[in-house]
Design a protein around this ligand. Structure first.
Ligand code: GLV
Ligand code: MN
Ligand code: MN
Length: 410
């Protein structure tokens, strides 16, 4: 049986690799990520897998099936975090998958397919704004323009890859062949309150909501806070503030549509200087692509009209766009069967959070198993799961893996 103590201890061990003292922040291509990768590579090898870093920085472990070279069932999640993160978002899925493989290896059990476990390098998109870079590379949909994206210190993705020891010209080598991957299935904490409210430890994901992310820059005129009359200012932050409220208003007007400004910075950023530049991010999501696309169009039109009225310049760049990713019914059925076999009621639910499956769906069918988390809290250091739920999640996941039937024969 998978060992829940080891699962939780490994999540704790990964959380120690952080740039934030006393908390957890681990972004793509950082020193902390390199250290976390080393840990995960070691655990994969200990579980009997051949393990390597791929061309974009994903950690990939493989255990062969009944004979070498069979197509694989790919399991995994991500190893990067948001800022001041919880320690289960992403990591629980990678560590649990390794634990399931370790259990199979300990019993000497070979399956009629290979198993690969992947720890995606960038799901959150915190460092470069563009998200799902690891899974896009694995799915073969990485866009080379993204190499020009820069982090907050002006370091481009291209430079950061080189600094990490990776060659930007070889990213294509991370792409997997359709014939090599039977399905991608991820275990993840729910990050919402539904399972807890219904007294269920696990649930089957039906679809992942679509999302658009934008990077906005407003350029006004920096000036002296004491001398420029209020009527003569082109204050970039005041314009941004009006934009933030317009986004909140528009995204509150449609059921299940959500819109967030998660980062805002002003330049030059001094107490006695009128802000000349404001930069902020927008993240808009919905379970219906039509609602999301309409909201993005209307928000952009509203921002343009605010900028025009206030005499400031507006620049809008789209950093991410992904439609609703539906989980494959045949995988949902097999995940549901594993849950039912543990005597647990099968609850299907959509995911409001984004996941690597949104990119992997371009390569293969995807499925997800959610594990209950306390009060639905996530993207927060208070994120928490119980040892019992970690164990139930791992037991269901292992049962699903052992009984997995590829689509052609399902
Ligand atoms: C990732 O966790 C996201 O939903 O932004
Ligand atoms: Mn997350
Ligand atoms: Mn996640």
């Amino acid at each position: 049986m998978p060992d829940q103590r080891r699962i939780l201890a490994r999540c704790d061990a990964l959380a120690r690799h952080s740039e934030l003292a006393g908390g957890l922040t681990r972004v793509y291509l950082s020193r902390e990520q390199a250290a976390a990768n080393e840990l995960v590579l070691g655990w994969m090898r200990e579980a009997g897998m051949v393990a390597r870093l791929d061309a974009i920085g994903n950690v990939v472990g493989r255990r062969e099936g009944e004979r070498p070279g069979l197509p694989c069932l790919m399991l995994g999640s991500h190893l990067d975090t948001v800022r001041d993160a919880g320690k289960y978002d992403g990591m629980l899925g990678v560590v649990t998958a390794i634990e399931c493989v370790a259990d199979l290896a300990a019993r000497g059990k070979r399956l009629p397919f290979a198993i690969e476990v992947i720890g995606f390098a960038d799901e959150e998109g915190v460092r470069f704004g563009s998200t799902l870079l690891g899974s896009r590379a694995a799915a073969g949909t990485f866009r080379h323009e993204t190499l020009d994206a820069a982090d907050k210190d002006g370091v481009s993705l291209r430079e950061a890859l080189r600094g990490f020891g990776l060659d930007p010209a070889r990213i294509g080598e991370a792409a997997r062949g359709r014939e090599d991957v039977l399905a991608y299935v991820e275990l993840h904490i729910e990050q919402g309150p539904v399972l807890e409210a219904e007294g269920l430890p696990v649930g089957v994901v039906s679809a992942i909501n679509g999302a658009t992310r934008l990077a906005i820059e407003i350029d006004g005129v920096a000036g002296h806070a004491g001398t420029v009359p209020m009527t003569l200012r082109q204050d970039a932050l005041a314009a941004a503030a009006e934009c933030v409220l317009a986004i909140e208003r528009r995204c509150s007007s449609v059921a299940e549509l959500v819109g967030t400004v998660g980062r805002l910075e002003t330049l030059p950023g001094a107490v006695n200087v009128i802000p000349g530049t404001a930069r902020f991010t927008i993240d808009i999501r919905s379970p219906r692509d039509g609602d999301r696309v309409a909201a993005v169009e209307e928000v952009c039109a509203e921002l343009r009209s605010i900028a025009k009225r206030r005499g400031v310049m507006l620049k809008v760049a789209k950093t991410h766009e992904g439609g609703v990713a539906g989980c494959a019914p045949w995988l949902m059925e097999q995940i549901g069967a594993a849950i039912a076999a543990e005597g647990i009621a099968v609850r299907e639910l959509p995911s409001g959070a984004g996941h690597d499956g949104m990119a992997m769906i371009e390569l293969c069918d995807v499925g997800m198993l959610f594990v209950r988390c306390e009060k639905g809290i996530s993207h927060n250091p208070a994120e928490s799961i119980t040892a019992a739920d970690a164990e139930t999640g791992a037991r269901v996941f292992l049962r699903f893996i052992e009984n997995f039937q590829p689509k052609a024969t399902a």
